[in-house]
Design a protein around this ligand. Structure first.
Ligand code: DGI
Ligand code: FE
Ligand code: FE
Ligand code: FE
Length: 187
């Protein structure tokens, strides 16, 4: 599947602004893959589909989490987290994407996790630094993205946790596990 075919499959599932975000994540992910010696085709497809389920009906996602082999504790955390694991499940079921590396990158793009693969880190980071993002501290992460993949991911993870804690939001365990694991990798 080439990029344009993949984008035409995902487009009807997204709002216009989310589709524009997706295209920027694709460009960013390919740049990172090229720079860090990862498979650019896998990065391209993982980026195209990373937000595939962003606008799925909440009740439908809840059903998938209840009935499929997905962590049940997702149900007691924010719904914003659900589109990543459900997206990986349905990219496989509905779109026939069977590459486990790509599915992993979709699955973990929001929280991260301990022991992310290089492709998973690239999609996690590309989603955070794509040029349309304006998070506090994102420019420092962008600078590091061209130098040290682990340090850039660590900073993205730390910023996200700081942001969530500043809003008294719950932090999903894998989000903390990603932070701790990346911290060890950058020490
Ligand atoms: O889907 P996108 O908006 O492109 O980006 P994303 O999938 O990275 O989702 C970002 C949102 O997810 C952002 O508002 C922060 C939130 N998030 C990430 N980790 C956690 C989290 N929210 C909660 N409640 N807990 C987390 O651990
Ligand atoms: Fe997302
Ligand atoms: Fe993200
Ligand atoms: Fe995204």
């Amino acid at each position: 599947m080439d990029r344009y075919e993949a984008l035409s499959i995902v487009e009807p599932h997204l709002k216009k602004s989310r589709f524009e975000h997706t295209k920027r994540v694709v460009d960013t992910a390919i740049e990172l893959a090229d720079f860090y010696g990862e498979d650019t085709k896998k990065a391209e497809l993982a980026a195209v589909f990373h937000d595939y389920c962003k606008y799925r009906d909440i009740k439908e996602m809840e059903q998938w989490i209840r009935t499929e082999d997905l962590p049940k504790n997702l149900l007691s955390f924010h719904q914003e987290l659900w589109h990543a694991p459900v997206g990986a499940l349905l990219a496989e079921r509905e779109l026939g994407i069977d590459d486990k590396d790509i599915l992993g990158a979709i699955r973990w793009h929001t929280t991260g996790k301990a022991g992310m693969t290089k492709l998973e880190k690239i999609i996690f980071l590309a989603d955070y630094i794509e040029p349309g993002r304006d998070f506090p501290g994102v420019d420092r992460v962008r600078d590091q993205a061209k130098i040290n993949l682990n340090l850039a991911c660590f900073l993205a993870s730390k910023n996200t946790i700081e942001f969530l804690m500043s809003k008294n939001q719950p932090v999903y365990p894998d989000t903390f596990y990603a932070y701790n694991d990346l911290l060890i990798q950058v020490k």
